[in-house]
Design a protein around this ligand. Sequence first.
Ligand code: AMP
Ligand code: GLY
Length: 427
Amino acid sequence: MTETVLLVGGGGREHAIARALAEDCELYACASNRNPGIARLAAGTEVVDETAVEEIVAYAESIDATLAVVGPESALEAGVADALDDAGVYTFGPRKEEARIETDKAFQRRFMRDNDIPGCPAFETFDDVEAACDYIDSHNGDLAVKPAGLTGGKGVKVIGDQVTEAEAKAYLREEAYDRVVLEERLVGEEFTVQAFVADGDVRVTPAVQDHKRAYEGDEGPNTGGMGSYSDASLHLPFMTEGDYAAAVEIIQAVVDALPEYKGVLYGQFMLTADGPRVVEFNARFGDPEAMNTLPVLRTPFIDVLTAAREGDSLPELHFDEQATVCKYAVPEGYPTDPAAGARIKVDEESVGTALLFYASVDEREDGIYTTTSRSFAVVGVGDTIEQAEGVADGALAAAGDGLRIRHDIGTHDLLQARIDHVNRLRG
Ligand code: AMP
Ligand code: GLY
């Protein structure tokens, strides 16, 4: 039987999901923007806000969807997975309750503590800004300051790294966040492990390193992620196999404590002097990380979805032993003051052998327009990270005026700096 799959979301992550599914199913997609890459792969698309639960269910019913995949966390928080499941469309994505592992950082930390999940930093949760500011004043040492709710990856401020204590307090007061988590600042190198989860089964994918900071050399504000790389093995050059295994154990412990969880569980880790600690969990594929993972996944992704729906054991995953490097082109001014609504040119011819993923752009009759978020990404695939980097960087000639790129992602120098950093920490 040919499955009819509804994909919710219109970013680079969802373009990668669409590419992984399009040949094996009848694909439909809905999102608040018209992503030209997804539109080309899909039998039909609809412009609908990712949180418009009833409209999404109505669209799923109109196309007789047999499966759904939810990309963005905003949709999970709105209860899109619950509503689609309840309408009889099995959705690969957690219900609202389980999605709190991402959507409520205070819940996430308490969940880790209450279930003895390894790798949890010391933390305190607050229900008002002034109590959080008092804690910052009285605390001796650096803290990560986190609004408890969703902020598109841009809400966290780290005292001693990006901001001073005074700046952190001013930020909390200005934004008037009602719920805040303050936690131990973790020092090390970050990496991501994404897993497919259903009925307690966990199937892990290669580690990826994202680059959160806006500018080269890891300077500037946090973004949704400027680009990322993965190696030809499961781990990354600055990690050991044991570090990867420790991260997988943490993901398994989360699933053991959340037996109803289904979808992608994304662990963000800090490789510290004491091994991996948990920065956060996400309830979906990472963006950009999905663009590293899905192009090298040999196991048909549709087989994961159908096994999850049927309650069968999830298939063992096979990957090409290839490295990947993903680089995003983002609007000038992103993330603080993005130039949205600008018409951009994407020269598809100049991409060469790299993969091109459209992201938060809107295709209109007269061209492609930026939104407030990332515009498109290129992904190089190769035997080594350096080879993949060369392919990705060569493809960035596709970016016309008005777009900004972090060219340093995946380069030899930056990789070496990561390795040296971990070696220093480990003595
Ligand atoms: P999050 O939204 O929780 O992923 O946080 C965004 C970024 O803030 C992370 O990718 C880290 O770079 C940084 N961060 C979050 N929590 C911590 C922490 N406890 N210690 C150091 N950095 C952190
Ligand atoms: N790349 C980080 C995220 O998807 O949250």
